[in-house]
Design a protein around this ligand. Structure first.
Ligand code: AMP
Length: 224
């Protein structure tokens, strides 16, 4: 299966993609995670993207496409992948298509998670992230066993810099502007599928699984 997961910040893309990885063994590639990891390492890439990521603005297309082209070329992704947070603009979608066409591995679909704005704000403001391993929690819906500590590695749980209230509003506004042309792009290519992103993670996971099965995408993931 080769899909892109689309949806505003807080729609649940990262949590769902982690579940596909754990349960269906489909590689999860998240631009946001790549950037945060590089920022933590203080690498050249991390330093180049830092001011965009911490302020909730989009990293320029050229840089994002360059980073993702290198990763999409990797042999480990030949079995399929879920792209999370990429592409975010039409320019990135073009870049993504170019690489996949060159490899002969076109997308099966672009899955858009629909979510009401109030729910997005609620989810983002309750999100906590492990400073050590990056695992996600939510103070309301996905609490860790011990308050403030990661279940997996006992790292401390923190609020992402870009989950501060004013940055959340900016990220949602940035996304609203970028999303419409991107959805139109995938609709034109007859690749767009919409799923209701409200509800618990398991509920939304179940909805997407039905979509994958209906389209035969999981069979092709096992075959390849
Ligand atoms: P995310 O974890 O997907 O919410 O991304 C966190 C931040 O990383 C975003 O607010 C952007 O600053 C940056 N970012 C992630 N993916 C992209 C992308 N495809 N294009 C531009 N910026 C991105």
């Amino acid at each position: 299966m080769r899909i892109v997961l689309l949806g505003p910040p807080g729609a649940g893309k990262g949590s769902l993609a982690s579940l596909y990885d754990a349960r269906l063994h489909i590689a999860h590639l998240s631009t946001g995670e790549i950037f945060r990891r590089e920022m933590a390492r203080r690498s050249l890439l991390g330093r180049r993207v830092q001011r965009y990521v911490t302020s909730g603005r989009l990293v320029p297309d050229r840089l994002v496409v360059e980073v993702m082209t290198a990763r999409l070329d990797s042999r480990t992704l030949r079995k399929g992948f879920v792209l999370d947070g990429f592409p975010r603009t039409q320019g990135q979608a073009d870049g993504c298509d170019r690489v996949l066409r060159r490899q002969g591995t076109p997308l099966d679909g672009a899955v858009y998670l629909r979510c009401p704005p109030l729910l997005l704000i609620r989810r983002l403001s309750g999100r906590r992230v492990c400073a050590r391993c990056g695992a996600n929690y939510n103070v309301r819906t996905m609490r860790p066993k011990r308050a403030g500590r990661c279940d997996r590695c006992d790292g401390s749980l923190t609020v992402r810099k870009d989950d501060q209230p004013e940055t959340i509003s900016r990220r949602l506004a940035v996304d609203r502007k970028a999303a419409a042309p991107l959805l139109a792009y995938y609709r034109r290519k007859r690749l767009l599928f919409q799923v209701d992103g409200a509800g618990s993670l398991e509920t939304v996971y179940g909805r997407t699984l039905k979509l994958f099965r209906r389209n035969g995408w999981l069979t092709s993931a096992r075959r390849s």
